[in-house]
Design a protein around this ligand. Structure first.
Ligand code: PLP
Ligand SMILES: N[C@@H](CCOP(=O)(O)O)C(=O)O
Length: 521
C-alpha cells in the first residue's frame, strides 16, 4: 500500500524548512536580564542545603549509601526447560550466551525464594517509595524495581536515562463515545519516553550489563553492541550506548523504517548499516555477525532486555494502586514484549504484590500476522512468513524470535490474539488522535483489536482495559500525513482532516468557517 507523492494541501508538510542558525563565529550576547537570573540562581543554590557535597554527583552519593545486601540473585536458564535437558543447566548473567545448549531460548530466572523472604506489602511499599525521586538509580521506572530486574548489578555500572514512569492515560472520550460507553479504558504511553518507544525500558538493562562486563574486574573484550531493527530497538541502543561511550552497530532494512527512526542512530553516532533486505534478513545477519565478532547482541533474543520491559507491567499495577486490570492489549512483532508483560504481572502475583494477572491480548497487523495464524490453528502449526509492508512498520516481522515466549504468556493468561487490517489500524489510530492522543500505527493495531473485541462482546463496557502504546506518534508522522491526505490506495481514510487552503481574505475565511461551524454555533 504505497502513498503517492503529489501536490495537495498537505504537500507543504513534506518539505522541512531549515532551522535558522547564528552566523558562525558570532556569540549571542548574554542579555542583562539573563545575567541577573543566573546570579539569583547561583545565590539560591549557595544557600540551599545540599544532601551531598557540592563536588559529589548522584552516582557518588549512591555509592556512599550502598543498599543493604538482601541475598538476591538471577541467572539464565533454558526457556522453556527442555523435557530431556539438563535440569541444572544455568549460566551466570556475566557470561555472554544467548542460546541454551539445545539451541533454544534462554530466560532470566530470579531466586524467587530469596525474594519471597519479603512480603508483597514490603515490595509494594519499597517500589512506591521510589517513584518520582532523583536518587540514583531509582529515579528510573526500571531501576526503581532493581531487585526484580538485576539485583546484583552495582549501581555505578548502571546506564540509565531515567526511563519509565510513563503516563497511564485515562482515555475518557475514546471509551465513552466510541467504544460503547467504556468507562475504565486506559492507555499506557510507553512511547512517551527518551527515544520515543518502550525499547528504552529493556535497553537500559542490557547496556548496563554490557557496561559491567566491559569494566574491571570482568574486563570482557566487547568491542560494541549490535542489533537488527525496524527502527525502535536501534534508536534505543544507539542512545544508551552513546550515553555510556560504547560503540553501537545497527542493521536496518533499507527503506522500511521511518525517517525519524533512521535519524536517531545517525545522530547518536552509531554505525548504521542500511541493508537491502527485510527485518528478518537483518536479524539473521546480526546473529551470524555476533557469532564471529566481539559484538554483543542487543535484540530481545537476549533475555536481559525483557527484564527491563517487564517493569512496564509492574508500573501499571503500581499506577492502579496495586489493583489488577482485566485486560492488557499489546501490539506484537518479534514477540518479546508480550512475554515481558506476562513476566512482570506473574512475578507480582507469585510474590504476593497482587492476587491475579490480567488477560493478555496480542495484536498483530494482518500484513505481518504469524502469531495470529498460529493462534487460529489452535496452536498446532507455526508458519514463519514473509511479512508484507504495513503502516505499523516496526512490527513488519514474519519470523518472530520470541514466538515460544508469546505462546507461554497467552496460554497462561487465557489470552487472545487479534489482527488488524491496514484500514482498521489507521482508522483506530486516527480516531484516537481525534480524542486527544497522537498515537503511532502500532498503537492503532492494539486499538483496532480492542474495537473488535468490544464488538464481539468479549470485552465488557465496564471492564478495566489497558492498551499499551509502544511508540510516540511523532516517529510515524509520514503515515499520518498520507492518511490525512486521503491518498492511500484502497483506503477510505474515514477520519482524514486535511488543512483547508483559503485565500488570505476576510470574506473567504468567513465563508469557510461558517460552513464548518454550521449547526455548531
Ligand atoms: C513501536 C513498536 N511496537 C510494538 C513492537 C512489538 O514488540 P515486540 O517485538 O516485542 O513484539 C515493536 C517492535 O517490535 C515496536 O517497535
Ligand atoms: N520493533 C523492533 C524489532 C526488533 O525487536 P527486538 O525487541 O527483538 O529488538 C525494533 O524496533 O527494532
Amino acid at each position: 500500500m504505497a502513498a503517492t507523492t503529489h501536490s495537495s494541501p498537505m504537500s507543504f508538510l513534506l518539505s522541512h524548512p531549515q532551522p535558522r542558525s547564528a552566523t558562525p563565529g558570532t556569540r549571542l550576547p548574554l542579555r542583562p536580564a539573563a545575567r541577573r537570573v543566573r546570579c539569583a540562581t547561583d545565590a539560591a543554590a549557595a544557600s540551599t542545603k545540599h544532601r551531598r557535597a557540592a563536588d559529589e554527583n548522584i552516582r557518588e552519593e549512591a555509592a556512599r549509601h550502598p543498599a543493604p545486601k538482601q541475598g538476591l540473585s538471577a541467572w539464565y536458564e533454558p526457556f522453556p526447560p527442555a523435557p530431556n535437558g539438563d535440569p541444572n543447566e544455568r549460566y551466570s548473567l556475566d557470561e555472554i550466551v544467548y542460546r541454551s545448549s539445545s539451541g533454544g531460548l534462554l530466560d532470566v530466572r530470579h531466586d524467587m525464594e530469596a525474594l519471597a523472604r519479603f512480603s508483597g506489602a514490603y515490595w509494594r511499599d519499597l517500589f512506591d517509595s521510589r517513584v518520582g525521586r532523583t536518587t540514583w538509580p531509582y529515579g528510573s521506572g526500571v531501576w526503581s524495581k532493581k531487585e526484580f530486574v538485576l539485583p546484583e548489578i552495582d549501581p555505578d555500572h548502571i546506564v540509565s536515562l531515567f526511563e519509565g514512569n510513563s503516563n497511564l492515560f485515562w482515555a475518557e472520550r475514546l471509551g465513552r463515545d466510541h467504544l460503547g460507553g467504556m468507562n475504565d479504558l486506559w492507555v499506557k504511553h510507553c512511547g512517551i519516553s527518551h527515544t520515543g518507544s518502550f525499547k528504552d525500558l529493556g535497553m537500559t538493562v542490557l547496556v548496563s550489563q554490557v557496561n559491567r562486563l566491559r569494566r574491571a574486574p570482568l574486563s570482557r573484550p566487547i568491542a560494541g553492541v549490535g542489533c537488527a531493527s525496524t527502527g525502535d530497538t536501534s534508536a534505543a541502543l544507539s542512545a544508551y550506548c552513546a550515553a555510556a561511550g560504547i560503540p553501537a552497530i545497527v542493521f536496518l532494512p533499507a527503506n522500511r523504517i521511518s525517517l525519524e527512526q533512521l535519524i536517531q542512530p545517525i545522530a547518536n553516532g552509531a554505525t548504521v548499516l542500511s541493508l537491502d533486505t527485510d527485518f528478518d534478513g537483518c536479524m539473521r545477519l546480526i546473529r551470524e555477525v555476533t557469532a564471529e565478532l566481539p559484538i554483543y547482541l542487543a535484540n530481545s533474543l537476549n533475555s536481559l532486555r525483557l527484564e527491563g520491559q517487564k517493569t512496564a507491567a509492574i508500573e501499571i499495577l503500581q499506577q492502579f494502586d496495586w489493583e489488577v486490570p482485566d485486560w492488557v492489549i499489546v501490539p506484537g512483532g518479534n514477540l518479546g514484549n508480550i512475554y515481558a508483560f506476562y513476566k512482570g504481572f506473574e512475578m507480582c502475583r507469585v510474590l504476593g504484590l497482587v492476587d491475579r494477572v490480567p488477560r493478555l491480548v496480542c495484536a498483530q497487523a494482518a500484513n505481518a500476522n504469524p502469531l495470529y495464524s498460529y493462534y487460529k490453528s489452535g496452536w498446532t502449526e507455526f508458519q514463519p512468513q514473509v511479512a508484507k509492508p504495513t503502516f505499523a512498520s516496526a512490527i513488519q516481522i514474519g519470523d518472530p524470535v520470541s514466538v515460544d515466549r508469546a505462546v507461554v504468556a497467552l496460554k497462561a493468561t487465557n489470552g487472545i490474539v487479534e489482527e488488524a487490517t491496514e484500514e482498521e489500524l489507521m482508522n483506530a489510530m486516527s480516531l484516537a488522535d481525534r480524542t486527544g492522543m497522537f498515537a503511532c500505527p502500532h498503537t492503532g493495531v492494539a486499538l483496532a483489536a480492542l474495537f473488535k473485541l468490544r464488538d464481539q462482546r468479549v470485552i465488557g463496557a465496564n471492564e478495566r482495559v489497558v492498551v499499551v502504546s509502544t511508540a510516540h506518534g511523532l516517529k510515524f508522522s509520514q503515515s499520518k500525513i498520507d492518511y490525512h491526505d486521503s491518498k492511500i490506495e484502497d483506503m477510505a481514510c474515514k477520519y482524514a482532516n486535511p488543512p483547508v487552503s483559503v485565500k488570505a481574505d476576510f470574506g473567504a475565511v468567513m465563508d469557510v468557517l461558517q460552513k464548518r461551524l454550521k449547526g455548531k454555533l
